[in-house]
Design a protein around this ligand. Sequence first.
Ligand SMILES: [Zn+2]
Length: 680
Amino acid sequence: MLTPPEEDTMDPSRIAARLLAALLALFAALTVQIPSSAVAASPFPKAAGPRQGPLFEVTLELADRSRISALAGFDVTRIKGETVLVSATKAEVAALRRAGFAIREVRAKEERRRGKASGRPGWSWDQFHDHAQVTTFIQDLAARFPQLVRVESMGRSVEGRELWAVKITDNPDQQEVEPEVRFAANIHGDEVVGVEMILRFMDQLTRYYGRSRRVTALVDSTELWFVPMWNPDGNDAGSRYNANGYDLNRVFPDEADSVPSNLLLGPPRDLSALDAEAPEISAFMRFSERHRFVLGLSFHGGAVVTVYPWSTSPDGYSVYTPTPDDGLFIALSKTYASRHLPMRESSEFPGGFYNSANWYTVNACSQDWAYKVTGMFDLDIELSEQKWPSASSLRGHWAHNQAAMLALAEASRWGIHGVVTDSVTGRPVSASVKVEGYDHLTFTDPDLGDYHRPLQPGTYTLLVSAPGYATREVANVAVFGAAPTRLDVTLEPVSARPAYKIDFRPADGVVLEGFEVDNGRVFGPRGNGLSYGWDAAPCLDSRRHLFSQDASFDAFADMQGCAGRVWELAVPNGSYRVRLVAGDAAEESSSAVRISVEDGLFAAGTTAASRWAEGSVLVTVADGRLTLRNAPRATRNALCAVEVIREDARSGAGRAARPLSLPSRRSVGGLPGPSLPAMR
Ligand SMILES: [Zn+2]
């Protein structure tokens, strides 16, 4: 488990050994004969498919709940009590039988039939629309409302259909400091009610803009994006899957993807497998990464419930798995479900909402990816028991959903909003914003530097950081009700405010952007202009936590485990703010973190639900060295990262702890914020 630090990675004998190992591996690879007819293995999790040929809907009874995890590789589409629905090929039906499941029914999947248009000429809301009709509708909308509507294509489906994305906002050609909300439907091609709900919602927004105060306020203050038909080939075929047979909601990159896996710090990811097999998803990922969506509504069918992440779980197949934002996700889910009559009155899901992983495990799905990688808050909204119901039910569905859609879009104004700029140049900064106590990052939009962090009412401390800048803490930021709090932040570049970020990890070659690395060497010059290190070799370890967004949190020096117990950094004498992150991603039990920083103390607790302690200590250095050591009564000092920020440097006088007075805009930092249009 614990590995001692590697003393010298440039040792010639080690290099020779590695070269030899690499050559042997290459030789082995070349001598394995690969038959030319071999079918390439799917690059995605087993549940994703591909599934070709006749498909069946299997209904099985789960007599023994403990057997539920045996369903992990299958495409489960519904669990209701003990009854499970699985979408399966012939071979998978046989595999389910072999696994001993009590199969009640195996039904060939029927061709879905599009509802006939009513006799009236022109557009009808009493039918399901196909891709060509959706295309006509949105092009017509853009032509009729050029002051509000823009249409773009995210890319093309396997069969070459355009993947439309529609933008509705005031000043649609202008970047504004506004939250972005994304609606999407039909990732499962046979779940079609959401397509019609999105078309009707877009119709209402444009029709009532300037006439309804509420619609006008939403369109003026929000950038609304719509992906009405995410899987047009599946829609055309009446199939859950895309034209290559993949379940598109099981192919998103998961934790094995890359280190670190977030937009701000992540290296460019290899999307070639997705481009080849599921271009609907790689196009959507690139589209999502061009934006900074705050909220997402992803429409499905086959049940009536709003589900929130996590969808996957490290703890088992059907286990409640909360995100750090569990309370917020529940509040957002309630915002939808409480306005949707059948959802609210559900006997299956109390209140009409449910934790996704608690229902059943879905790996590699869009909502986990959205929360973890893009930072947004995405809900899966199941709109109808029947995936493709009778078209005559559409008016009823619209009556149930329209107020809920409007209210959830408005929830993008909850919480704290502002812009992050460079204190010297005034330019927007690509930064991450974190709320202390919530292990979750929100990212600024690099074009304007704006961020939008939904929060429930309360008082929060914000941590704003970016490579090359001193992290800024802003305490006592109040959120009142559903009204937005504006907080602009300037960050000081390390040229103006000396700050050193050190990341502790085994010698694995990883150097995170903006960090210096400590691989456990004894104190000395590190060749990067800094001198730091340990009294003796410490234990170092690295985890890959399923849900961590921040790679500096995934590795640590265990200050109590081995010989190394004291860490020092040479700094000019003066006063410093020292930020510490401590915790072990894999630690299931509670622990007490207690680290002395000079004559100050960093003391905090970690729990299984909140595995890292984070905070800062103000200290004065008088002997040329900042010193960290174990304090009495510490149970686990797993030191992940340290940031040392000079406090008595020349610029940046305004440390922010002033009480917030609304509604005036608040800026923190050395310079006032740039003049940008205020959020309305
Ligand atoms: Zn679905």
